[in-house]
Design a protein around this ligand. Structure first.
Ligand code: SF4
Ligand code: SF4
Length: 290
């Protein structure tokens, strides 16, 4: 069954660099920082950078887990870079960003899963960039949730995002090492402690889920008080990754947006090229204060 599905015409090609983006990426390299936007060759890159949005990957590019849909390297991560929070803050100034998404690999090797480092990054970015909006897209902090929540709710972001990724039946195959209920509980626990912070999650479609399962997962997210959701098409980063089992049509993405809105999400971004940070600034408008 390794036959590859043909890409439909609504799937946009990877982004090809422009001069202004190359200048930005130069600044990034000088500061030893990485964006998911570049690493994933995200097709939305030009649009996002020009809108003043970027997604930074902190704590290195080596993950302690190995999800078959993900293109990040895995193995033993390097020690944390204590200068990273300040470097990040200055880079955000240099790029004149208005909306920053901070994400990371899983750091199951760290006692707090990297929560303190996240908090340090939030604090430094805010200090150097008055008026900025900060979203964090976090790992699941399995085994150290209480500690991670203590640290993160002490330095809260504007948006707390944790992706559920797929439906529970596919977890073993798609998110080994993760647990569906645990991820739902993490979102609910953050909300319970910081009700004023918007919570957000995301699903990637096309890995074998059914329509009923998608809707059940959306209902679960809503039942765990998640405010915003993103729904996008999974694209296979290489032939060695999980295959795409289905390309969901733009019409079905539209239907799912309506389904989500009826369930009571305050914002639903649903479309083939939607990623958790795509137009994150627009997603958050009207949901978070200001
Ligand atoms: Fe970066 Fe996310 Fe925009 Fe892609 S959608 S360019 S990863 S901010
Ligand atoms: Fe990729 Fe996150 Fe899975 Fe690590 S935990 S392999 S970064 S999706």
């Amino acid at each position: 069954p390794a036959e590859q599905l043909r890409k439909p015409e609504w799937i946009r090609a990877a982004f090809r660099g422009t001069k202004s983006v190359r200048q930005l990426t130069g600044t990034l390299r000088e500061n030893r920082l990485h964006t998911v936007c570049e690493e994933a060759n995200c097709p939305n890159l030009g649009e996002c950078f020009n809108h003043g949005t970027a997604t930074f990957m902190i704590m290195g590019a080596i993950c302690t887990r190995r999800c078959p849909f993900c293109d990040v390297g895995h193995g033993r991560p390097l020690p944390l870079d204590a200068d990273e929070p300040k470097n990040l803050a200055e880079t955000v100034v240099g790029m004149r960003l208005k909306y920053v998404v901070i994400t990371s690999v899983d750091r199951d090797d760290l006692r707090d899963g990297g929560a303190q480092h996240f908090a340090d990054c939030i604090r430094e970015v805010r200090a150097a960039n008055p008026g900025i909006t900060v979203e964090v897209l976090t790992p699941d902090f399995r085994g150290r949730v209480e500690l991670a929540l203590d640290l993160l709710t002490a330095e809260p972001p504007d948006v707390f995002n944790h992706n559920i990724e797929t439906v529970p039946r596919l977890y073993r195959e798609v998110r080994p090492g993760a647990d569906y209920e645990h991820s739902l509980d993490l979102l609910a626990a953050f909300k319970a402690r910081r009700p004023e912070v918007a919570t957000k999650s995301g699903l990637m479609l096309g890995v074998g889920e059914t329509r009923e399962e998608i809707e059940a997962t959306l209902a679960d997210l809503r039942a765990h008080k998640v405010d915003m959701v993103t729904i996008g098409q999974y694209l296979q980063p290489s032939l060695h990754h999980l295959p795409v089992r289905r390309y969901v049509t733009p019409a079905e993405f539209d239907e799912l947006r309506v389904v989500g809105e009826k369930m009571g999400f305050r914002h639903v971004a649903s479309g083939p090229m939607v990623r958790s940070s795509y137009h994150a600034d627009l997603q958050a408008r009207g949901v978070i204060g200001g």
